[in-house]
Design a protein around this ligand. Sequence first.
Ligand code: F6R
Length: 604
Amino acid sequence: MCGIVGYIGKRDVAPLLLEGLQRLEYRGYDSAGVVVAGKSGGLKAVKAKGRVRELEARIPKRFAGTTGIAHTRWATHGAPSDENAHPHLDTEGKVAVVHNGIVDNAAELRAKLEADGVVFASETDTEVITHLVARSQAGSLEEKVREALKVIEGTYGIAVMHADFPDRIVVARNGSPVVLGIGEKEMFVASDVAALISHTRQVVTLDDGEMATLKADDFRTYTTSGTRTTATPETVEWEAASYDMGGHDTYMHKEISEQPDAVDRVLRGRIDDKFSTVHLGGLNLDAREARGIRRVKILGCGTSYHAGLIGASLIEGLARIPADSEPASEFRYRNPVVDPDTLYIAVSQSGETYDVLAAVQELKRKGARVLGVVNVVGSAIARETDGGVYVHAGPEVCVVSTKCFTNTVVSFALLALHLGRIRDLSVADGKRIIEGLRRLPEQIQEILAQEEDIAKLAAEYADAKSMMFIGRVRGYPVALEASLKLKEISYIHAEAYPASELKHGPLALIEPAMPTVAIVPDDSLLEKNRAAMEEIKARSGRILAVAHQEQAKADHTIVVPKNEDELDPILMGIPLQLLAYHTALALGRDIDKPRNLAKSVTVE
Ligand code: F6R
């Protein structure tokens, strides 16, 4: 989705802004633009539909300046075009605004401004902010922005420059992330630390309703009503190098390969062998409160929702608390009963997904206790929740999630073990799960070592127009996630069904042209899963099984190492990430940036 970068200091700003925009490319966008305060006063802007490199090609030789803001746009109001790309300037070219989010009352504000004679240059909602700032009679830029924000309804992360105030950039946040990067006599602003981390790791994350003024050697933060706030810079843990491709051809491949280390990291320092449990520092839930929980409701979107489904089965299995997972995007709209004895858990890689954030806010408004299982430290959802578990997957750049899915499920296993050991899980079972968790990194490595064979299988199935994924109970969320991964990056249609539901309808689809991927763990449902494969074979369907032993009924089997039954879904998902990856590769897809998708979905 949209991205913001800004800089004020002594360095030539255009190359810095372009580098920042490139760092944000992974989020998905369709156009980009940049504005710079020229040395002789006045603002100079360049915009381009398409990639950042197309913007770069348009930047004239004389584009010097040491203050500027830039943007990658993901179209919401108005098609991707040069005109609709940000920054948006007012008619006189004095005010420039870049904006992430949506102005809900843009149509109404636009009509009023047009009635007053303002001529709009784009179809965007953002341009109303520009004209409102430009028309304000207030004396300072801060006050002009504040006046504009007073009439705006919706979400925003904005950065504003004004030719009459060349010594500053004013930024504001409401529902869309804004991070300040604090340097030595230079300041950065971005919507994502990725854009500034190669220059400074000292950051200040604005809260909703907060604004900031950045000058080259100083910054200050205050609320939209003008009250000063205190902002102490924090150090970002992630290294700039973690955003590089590290010798891999794609980020997806890099991130799949990082999983043994990522799992090792999420376990590190958390296991307590003495009591066969784990320590989760930021949970903010004492033993008495944990014992009082009657239900767990997990909320997330897409892959995070799928991780939540496995999480729910881990919590129900190990802690014996009824648990389920639901798409956060649907939850709010069914006017859910919010129960004081239910523990709500919001799951998100980015910590920014609007639907999840809005569900958290709705729950908190109704007095619920909400924890987060989040990857990005200090993100909106991490800040909004009462406590939680950080997933420690490291930055995930590929649009589709892989290592973060795995680490999220492992985080749920830790949480389930913690809750279980406070309740009725025995020491022996606690020990069994801990030993299983410790085996995971090595077992993931064993699966990754099969990549060449999985690539051959992918080539074999890449001609499918559609694929079925089946699993039972713990295997079903694995099937759901694997089918999502395949469709997202290969564009092959894929459906996931509980294997038990086949004969209630989807069996009608089975024919040689529709292969099935079957999740077949060695557990109490092994024979049932074999029976489902029989049914498919009887209809001449091709079967690729992911199992703990060769499956006679399958045309091919990917054999994965066995762990504890509860933890098997973690391992069974990994070869299917590779299957999706190699299928997409065989079909020549843009793996890291699948069409129509964005990394963080910060709008509804
Ligand atoms: C799929 C994928 C998406 C995200 C979803 C939620 O590969 O990445 O389905 O899982 O958009 O994103 P987060 O986890 O950032 O809230």
